[in-house]
Design a protein around this ligand. Structure first.
Ligand code: ADP
Ligand code: MG
Length: 295
């Protein structure tokens, strides 16, 4: 019944609905180091969809967003089943900007490595002596290319301006920083450090800038438990770092296929995603083996 997707991403399938709308169906697949793991994380698609919907609603005063509905009633027939599972979102189709709008408030991952090697991140000179996991004096915009295959690559704002235009990049930077600040403050209220995150924007039919894709989920962000934050080392997290750590211990070389994930890694990841969702949105965790009591 369901038509062929317009686009099959690592985690989501994108279907066209007429000329100007899309349905994004988020699967339970998890990718690490840009490779899709053979083992799904039950409920992950629902968590990513619900968190994105929460942020679109909460941040609508900062920037228009692409979400039309997640209600099965509003969904084309072919996607009602996915909508009932909470994995489908009807959105406005946008002409996406060909950059990823990354904001970093803390030093981690490729930002930390670039700083350690050069003292700067994507052209932002930073104070000397920062440690892995340290908070930055102010959040910085560190765009990346959208690699169709392989790894995204950090670029300077000058390079980003060549790709999307100087005016657009200034708007994208301003909006990304504002969204990050708002997200950071909400997360701080519930004991989560939003260390960094990635937004994707596009233009609608009138040329206006619209927030698309997913927003501040554990797939697109680093979420750290605030009470365990200790700079100078990698941080424990509510995101897929848990899976990456397990893969690293195993010495997997990042070439596909990835290994099957054992039950405890699946459960640990599921619990972390559920916990991030429950804390941020204030919803009761659906299934969390560590916190069986509703809070
Ligand atoms: N409103 C929109 N209009 C057009 N494309 C969109 C919109 N929102 C998200 N997308 C695109 O849909 C795809 C989502 O699938 P995903 O699994 O996240 O892909 P990826 O593996 O590239 O991360 C991405 O390519 C994203 O840029
Ligand atoms: Mg994506």
């Amino acid at each position: 019944m369901t038509a062929e997707p317009l686009l099959r991403g690592k985690v989501r399938e994108v279907f066209a609905v007429g000329e100007d709308r899309l349905v994004l169906v988020t699967s339970d697949r998890i990718s690490a180091y840009d490779v899709i793991m053979p083992t799904p994380i039950p409920g992950k698609g629902r968590v990513l969809t619900a968190l994105s919907a929460y942020w679109f609603r909460t941040l609508a005063d900062v920037v228009p967003h692409h979400m039309i509905s997640t209600d099965p009633e509003d969904m084309p027939e072919a996607f009602r089943a996915e909508a009932r599972e909470g994995r489908a979102m009807l959105v406005r189709r946008l002409a996406m900007f060909e950059i990823e709008c990354v904001v970093r408030g803390y030093l981690a991952g490729s930002g930390w490595r670039e700083y350690r090697d050069t003292g700067a991140v994507c052209g932002h000179a930073l104070p000397p002596g920062l440690r892995e996991g340290d908070r930055l004096p102010t959040p910085i915009f560190t765009p990346a290319t959208k690699a169709t295959s392989g790894h995204d690559e950090n670029i300077t704002r000058e390079r980003a301006a060549q790709i999307v235009g100087a005016d657009a990049v200034a708007d994208l930077e301003r909006l990304s920083i504002e969204l990050y600040r708002r997200g950071h403050d909400r997360c701080a209220e519930v004991g989560i450090i939003l260390a960094d995150t990635k937004f994707e924007f596009g233009r609608d039919a009138t040329g206006g800038i619209v927030l698309g894709d997913e927003v501040m989920t554990p797939d697109s962000s680093r979420f750290w438990p605030a009470d365990e934050w200790v700079p100078g080392r990698p941080q424990p997290s509510f995101d897929k770092q848990f899976v990456r750590d397990w893969l690293d211990q195993r010495g997997w070389d990042h070439s596909p296929p990835g290994p099957e994930l054992p039950a405890e890694v699946v459960a640990g990841t599921r619990d972390r995603y559920n916990e991030a969702h429950a804390r941020i949105t204030g919803a009761t965790p659906a299934t969390d083996s560590r916190n069986p009591q509703p809070r």
